[in-house]
Design a protein around this ligand. Sequence first.
Ligand SMILES: [Zn+2]
Length: 307
Amino acid sequence: MALLKNRYVSLNETAEPKEKKSFFASLFSKKDEKPEVKEPPKKDDDIPAGSVKCPDCGSIYDKKELGSLKICPKCARYYRLNCKERIRLIADKDSFEEFDANMQPKDPLNFPGYAEKVASLQEKTGLKDAVITGKCTIGGFPAVLGVMDSGFMMASMGSVVGEKVTRAFEYATANRLPIVLFTCSGGARMQEGIVSLMQMAKVSAAAARHSEAGLLYITVLTDPTTGGVTASFAMLGDIILSEPKALIGFAGRRVIEQTIKQKLPDEFQHAEFLQEHGFVDKIVDREALPYTIRDILKIHSGKGGEE
Ligand SMILES: [Zn+2]
């Protein structure tokens, strides 16, 4: 918003002196007379307080209309859920017990501004880092649950995300529980350098031990799941679910297009495209997710036939 306003000001400022110097202006090419932007960008200030404007369909409505599922009532666009909202939707009421609630990131590289950024996000979101893990029941079936939160540095995976997810797998393995992870991530956390990258191997090893113990791992890919999280535990699920239209990928579109020197299809890296190509087992609507997960847990609990 601030950026847009600045742009506005600088355009108006350049427009005014031009009119005053019309004689000089006429000496220059027509190119100089052309305004850079024909239509001024629409100001978001028009949106009344307490309302939101859907970035997809442009409808403006009261925030309350999004409901607890946070879906646009006009075009069914999915807004991102923070991890508390997600846990409320998935875990049975009052069943969630958090693991490692106070684990905090360190600043191993003394990366400029990192400690300050973490501190301000902790205050803003009430989270210590980008994932919450714990145990709960889902439709009455016990499971370990982990949820990533894009509101915390785009849920990049640093040492805390890696360690908490690893411990969640280890708890699930030791207690012979299934694990359900809701992923979203911008990738590795570059402010933690190599410490961030090694989390991929650590989490993957923990996931492998859980799998070798014959236990169930369900991933639910949410928008956006990219980079090192896709390249490690997001794609290791025994069953991989996704929310509709979620962006899922490793590298960005531009990087891939430049590398392979080909234009990629529009729907590339969307959940539907990945399902068609066998990377996603099922795309599940947000409201149906708790029931779908419950059904999968039930089938794998050995109690599938009981009613
Ligand atoms: Zn909409």
